[in-house]
Design a protein around this ligand. Structure first.
Ligand code: ATP
Length: 289
């Protein structure tokens, strides 16, 4: 049996720099991954089974449209394996919430099967299969601080990244990525400024202040609760706040994991219905098991 964390993806900064003729948007994004996420467990079995548990299991498909089974089927076809497996997905990340849960689940299945089938985690077939499953899957396979360009698939690792206290908050609304992109006024942002050579908590936050998430304004127009979410994070003492991806999940950055935990319990007390999680980021493939 193998258990793999499927971390939340955070777009710390996201500039929409253009649009390809096929309609895909071109991005320039600084991405980090949290030590909190879904959990994918895979075990050899005498029959194929797939189950979803956890707080956000409801409404997710159990058929081949689930990214977990798409990842499994693609791996089986590529490696010529038909042996039955039992896959359990513990869904801790809100769905359609801008933290890439589905892509991260798919990447976790690739990692888990690679472990089970004795493949090297660096086998470049995994990266190719990942890209075929979705533009965000390759970055989720890396699950470390990185710059993502193109449609998200051109990845440059960022070294020397600081450890951040992070609070994730979602006000309980799902936002369609397509609807948010459709509401975007312009698609010609400048690329991200160059990252400072030495990154610590404060230089990173200062740099982030010079950047945006271009999807935040259109998402807020569609869903005003995002404004309240950002205000709650600020009130709880976050040094820097922003929405991730196409929303509605927002994040606050704190100088330590303990400060993040304290802020999270404060927000939970005020907003018992919201999703709130305190966590830290992965630094360089140091994902918890
Ligand atoms: P992104 O930031 O990449 O836009 P997201 O967090 O907004 O991602 P997801 O939670 O990945 O969005 O889900 C988007 C859609 O994918 C949902 O409508 C959902 O029904 C479908 N889906 C298929 N498989 C999964 C999965 N394992 N987990 C979550 N969603 C899935």
């Amino acid at each position: 049996m193998t258990a793999v964390l499927a971390p939340a993806k955070l777009n710390l900064a996201l500039h929409v720099t253009g649009r390809r003729p096929d309609g895909y948007h071109l991005l320039d994004s600084l991405v980090a991954f949290t030590r909190f996420g879904d959990r994918v467990t895979i075990a050899p079995s005498d029959e194929n089974r797939f189950e979803i548990t956890g707080p956000y299991a409801e409404g997710l498909p159990l058929d081949d449209s689930n990214l977990v089974l798409r990842a499994l089927n693609t791996m089986r076809a590529e490696f010529g394996r038909a042996d039955p497996v039992h896959i359990a997905l513990e869904k801790n990340l809100p769905v359609a919430s801008g933290v890439g849960g589905g892509s991260s689940d798919a990447a976790a299945v690739l990692h888990g099967l690679a472990r089970l089938w004795d493949l090297s985690p660096d086998d470049n077939r995994l990266a190719r299969i990942g890209l075929g499953l979705g533009a965000d899957v390759p970055m989720c396979l890396a699950a470390r601080p990185l710059l993502a360009r193109g449609i998200g698939e051109e990845i440059t690792p960022v070294d020397g990244f600081p450890s951040l206290g992070i609070v994730l908050v979602n006000p309980g609304v799902a936002l369609s990525t397509a609807a948010v992109f459709a509401a975007l006024a312009s698609r010609d942002s400048e690329p991200l400024p160059t990252l400072p050579g030495r990154l610590d908590f404060h230089t990173l936050c200062n740099w982030l202040e010079t950047t945006r998430n271009d999807l935040e304004a259109p998402a807020r127009a569609l869903e005003p609760a995002i404004g309240e979410t950002l205000a709650a994070l600020r009130k709880a003492g976050a040094h820097f706040v922003r929405m991730s991806g196409s929303g509605a999940t927002c994040f606050g950055l704190f100088e330590s994991g303990n400060l993040a935990k304290r802020a999270a319990s404060e927000i939970r007390k005020r907003r018992p219905g919201w999703f709130v999680a305190a966590t830290r980021n992965t630094i360089s493939g140091d994902m918890p098991a």
